[in-house]
Design a protein around this ligand. Structure first.
Ligand SMILES: Cc1ncc(COP(=O)(O)O)c(C=O)c1O
Length: 406
């Protein structure tokens, strides 16, 4: 997901505009900033690019999720249903507002299994949070109808799927609110940053205050602002927004390269009948940041991963099942409640239930999945070389497995 790969003069120009005025903060200093408002400009560009009525920038994707939850009234004791495969930030944000993350199974879309969501709904459920992992989407129609039926908030963690879409709508703009991350390894980057997108003016206005100590931003004098509610500091800086502004103008180019490179790699891997691919609810909406593929069994997948490693070609290919950040199997700090915060007893009890919860259905998917990250810098010959090397490894492992079976 590397916008940073195509970094250049455009980003430097935007940052220099800010450096020349010396006004690095997004609010106030109306005179000395000489008309330079990079954060506002980027928010406008986000609304236009993704078709959201409102967008509010934050300091990170994690703080964007926290902000969205707080503003949507998700708090102490509320349950948020989320997938077992995501990044730790998704549950950190839930915990940060005092709510309870309830992890449920993913299916072969690598996102929330709608049946698992249905089964997890209790009288405490307040929100369903699909995470559009690795550039592609959850089954949004089904999740939206579950939320409607049970009067739940649909909040999209679209941090990893900038530029993806579902049935014509951009990911992150379908739920009551949605978030992107602009950290250094996302499709477009600000170095650090995030955004909450929404069509609700009320949600937007509250995000604006919540991320800046509750300031109402009603007048030109920051010192005279009122505080209609308590907030925090999750502000983005003008320097970060400036980088994002240059990057968002390149998004179409990034997406088209990703699509081309992902298609080329997929064409090569498709030659092996034992390889299958991630199910994508709307294939035209894949942002193509990764190519996620499955092998027939965990044993074969592990052998392929080991062989890729042995040959020095594992880099860029991710076996999430063993990954410490992205899959519940390795979230021991969460399951054992190793935290610096004192959590209420009810929250502790519900969190610890995850240690013994049955994730067999997720394991069956994740243990057979490898995701290959798509680079913007690959040349055609490199893709062919990578694809050929991967297929040679898979063929070798499959032939050894068949010898063992026979
Ligand atoms: C799915 C998901 N959600 C949230 C985040 C958090 O974003 P950030 O690193 O900007 O805080 C990430 C970052 O990797 C992510 O992958």
């Amino acid at each position: 997901m590397p916008g940073f790969e195509l970094w250049g003069a455009e980003e430097r120009k935007e940052v220099n505009d800010v450096l020349e005025t010396g006004i690095l903060m997004r609010y106030g200093f109306d005179g000395p900033r000489k008309g330079i408002w990079k954060s506002k400009e980027l928010e406008k560009a986000i609304c236009k690019t993704f078709g959201s009525k409102y967008a509010h920038l934050t300091s990170s994707g994690t703080s964007a999720l926290t902000t969205a939850m707080a503003v949507l009234g998700i708090g102490a004791g509320d349950e948020v249903i989320m997938p077992s495969f995501t990044f730790v930030a998704s549950f950190e944000a839930v915990l940060s507002v005092g709510a309870v993350p309830v992890m449920v199974d993913v299916d072969d879309t690598l996102t929330l299994n709608p049946d698992a969501v249905r089964k997890a709904i209790t009288s405490k459920t307040k929100c369903v949070m699909p995470v559009h992992m690795c550039g592609s989407m959850a089954d949004m129609d089904t999740l939206a109808s579950i939320c409607k039926e049970h009067n739940l908030i649909l909040l999209e963690d679209a941090c990893q799927s900038i530029g993806g879409s579902y049935k014509g709508k951009m990911l992150g703009t379908i739920g009551t609110a949605g978030t992107f991350s602009f950290d250094f390894v996302k499709t477009i980057t600000c170095a650090e940053g995030g955004v909450v997108m929404t069509n609700s003016e009320d949600v937007y206005t509250k995000c604006d205050g919540y991320t800046d100590h509750g300031h109402d931003h009603a007048g030109a004098d920051r010192g005279a602002d009122l505080h209609p509610f308590i907030g925090y500091n999750y502000r983005i800086s003008e320097l970060h927004a400036a980088v994002g502004l240059a990057q968002i103008r390149k998004l179409d180019q990034f997406l088209s390269i990703q699509k081309q490179n992902q298609t080329a790699l997929k064409n090569i891997l498709s030659q092996i009948p034992e390889i299958s691919f991630r199910r994508i609810p709307d294939p035209t909406g894949d942002s193509c940041t990764f190519l996620s593929w499955f092998l027939p069994t965990e044993e074969i997948t592990r052998a392929v991963v080991n062989e890729l490693k042995a040959q020095g070609i594992l880099a860029g290919n991710f076996y999430w099942y063993d990954n410490n950040w992205h899959y519940i199997r390795k979230w021991d700090h969460l399951k054992n409640l190793i935290t610096l915060n004192a959590y209420p007893a009810e929250l502790k009890e519900k969190l610890m239930q995850h240690a013994n919860k049955d994730f067999t259905a997720s394991d069956a998917v994740m243990s057979r999945c490898i995701s290959s990250a798509i680079s913007l810098l690959w040349k055609d010959e490199q893709i062919k070389e990578k694809g050929d090397k991967i297929t040679a490894v898979v063929k070798k492992v499959l032939s050894e497995a068949s010898v063992q079976i026979n």
